[in-house]
Design a protein around this ligand. Sequence first.
Ligand code: CA
Length: 226
Amino acid sequence: MKILLIEDEVSIRRFLKISLEGATYQVIEASSGAEGLSLAASHQPDAIILDIGLPDTTGFQLISELREWFNRPIVVLTVQDQEEDKVKALDLGADDYLTKPFGVPELLARLRASLRRSQSEHEPSVPVFRSGQFEFDKAAHVVKMNGEEVHLTSTEYDLVAVLVKHAGKVVTHRMLLNAVWGPNSVEHVQYLRVYMGQIRKKLKVNEAHSEIISTEPGVGYRLLIE
Ligand code: CA
């Protein structure tokens, strides 16, 4: 697997290169947006790791340009407490983000998950999605937890369906609101809090059971893959 790194800071680039090569990825490096764009076109990498703060352009601009023709994973590097950057990157088509400073296990896990998702998008879709105790039967319109049917309202079901469609990936508030309530409701984050709270309660089998949906504060929600 070939990974393109677009990052202007030499020390972070070196750290990423060593970590990725240690996990047998082939690494191509770019230190600016323009170089990154041209290397992406000439090398056709399997995934791109992209820093949001670049000297010649913004990572956001780059995601928009890449997404016109590049459909493999883009993982962005962001700075702590910049929730709006994460949201913007995801809304523009990034697959995931890593917040600096991050460790090697986190980097490799995020990258593996993004690559796996991108490969499974090309496989025929399965009628039943499963993750741990959670089961989502698209054909029968049934959600089960621990083998037992969970009764969801149609709005709750629609929200879960969006998360299942993007399983493993953070879905932003805007993406969820737009998909379920339409483009005029994208600012109504409070709707989501209420509904997601209800969904959480219904999908919790018992106190010891871990959550199937994780909250990414200020960004969105992620359906966890087991
Ligand atoms: Ca930078």
